[in-house]
Design a protein around this ligand. Structure first.
Ligand SMILES: Nc1ncnc2c1ncn2[C@@H]1O[C@H](COP(=O)(O)OP(=O)(O)O)[C@@H](O)[C@H]1O
Ligand SMILES: [Mg+2]
Length: 299
């Protein structure tokens, strides 16, 4: 069976119906200095309860930003704000430099085309086969079936599940369902992907596979992402491994050496609505703060 080489799989992010070759290389596109996502002093409270207390951060282009924090600390809330499912009480949220804070639902639909969302449980439609689950977004936009099929196959190939195309979700393992969920998030080639606890409940080898998909997106496809997790293993994979293409165009994963610092992953830790850490993995490991130390030790 013919399998596409990695570099052929994604072209310019954007219009899913655009089948023209990638002539305008991404390096000549929008200013790379403009962050993919930016929060500026975002406040949000539900009734009296403060959820985000003036949160500011940037996700740079091609960067994976890991958001760590205990249950209830506001991680999913941040994701919902990016998607425009919630609006902040004050502050600004920018995507690709555009202020989305006050956009209405119709305007947000346009913005969401740039965003892929991977839910914790995979959130597949149980009554639809894998093909229709992955192609859902394009079907909603009435894209030609030929184009839908080509993209569904590409994305299933990206998550290494081409053979599952006609299966029903109930016939798949937990890890496979999660990978289908990722393929679905990637349809339309969004330049930004949001992962909310994508490895929750998975065994360690399967969780690693999910992390490697995120690494592949980061390093080969130049996707910017937020990766919410409280699992320290994920942090380790995303901060120490990188993906490159070998001479045959196959993806290989390498470990970052001692001296290198090339991995494009930043970490935020959030506690009761405040960002208490922002930096690289190496800096996080050297933190003296007792709360952070307890968290890193899984307590
Ligand atoms: N719609 C809502 N109404 C009231 N409280 C909410 C709502 N959504 C979330 N919360 C509260 O906000 C806090 C943060 O939630 P969430 O962002 O889901 O946390 P996390 O994803 O870090 O576990 C929690 O205390 C939760 O109970
Ligand atoms: Mg959550």
């Amino acid at each position: 069976m013919h399998s596409l080489k990695e570099q052929d799989q994604f072209e310019t992010p954007g219009d899913p119906t655009d089948q023209t070759p990638d002539t305008d290389n991404r390096f000549f596109q929008a200013d790379r200095a403009v962050p993919a996502i930016e929060f500026r002093n975002v406040h949000l409270a539900f009734d009296e309860k403060v959820i985000l207390n003036g949160v500011s951060f940037k996700v740079n282009r091609g960067e994976t930003k890991i958001i760590l924090g205990r249950s209830g600390s506001g991680k999913s809330t941040i994701i919902r704000l990016v998607l425009g499912l919630l609006k902040p009480d004050s502050g600004e949220i920018l995507i690709d430099g555009d202020d989305i804070t006050f956009l209405n639902e119709v305007q947000m639909m346009e913005v969401r085309k740039k965003l892929g969302m991977v839910f914790q449980e995979g959130a597949l439609f149980d009554s639809l086969p894998v093909y229709d689950n992955v192609g859902y977004r394009l079907h909603e936009q009435n894209v030609d079936e030929e184009i839908v099929e080509a993209q569904v196959r590409q994305m299933l190939s990206f998550v290494d599940l081409e053979d599952a195309i006609d299966k029903m979700p109930s016939e798949l393992s937990g890890g496979m369902r999660r990978r289908v969920g990722i393929a679905r998030a990637l349809i339309g080639r969004p330049p930004i992907v949001l992962f909310d606890e994508p490895t929750a409940g998975l065994d360690p080898p399967t969780a690693r596979t999910i992390c490697e998909l995120a690494i592949k997106l980061r390093d080969i496809q130049d996707v910017s992402s937020i990766f919410v997790t409280h699992e320290m293993k994920n942090l380790e994979y995303l901060s120490s491994e990188y993906a490159v293409l070998d001479e045959d165009g196959e993806v290989v994963f390498e470990e970052e050496g001692e001296k290198l610092c090339i991995i494009n992953t930043g970490i935020l830790m959030i506690k009761q609505g405040d960002i208490i850490f922002s930096g690289k993995n190496e800096e996080l490991m050297e933190e003296d703060d007792p709360y952070i130390k307890r968290f890193l030790n899984g307590k």
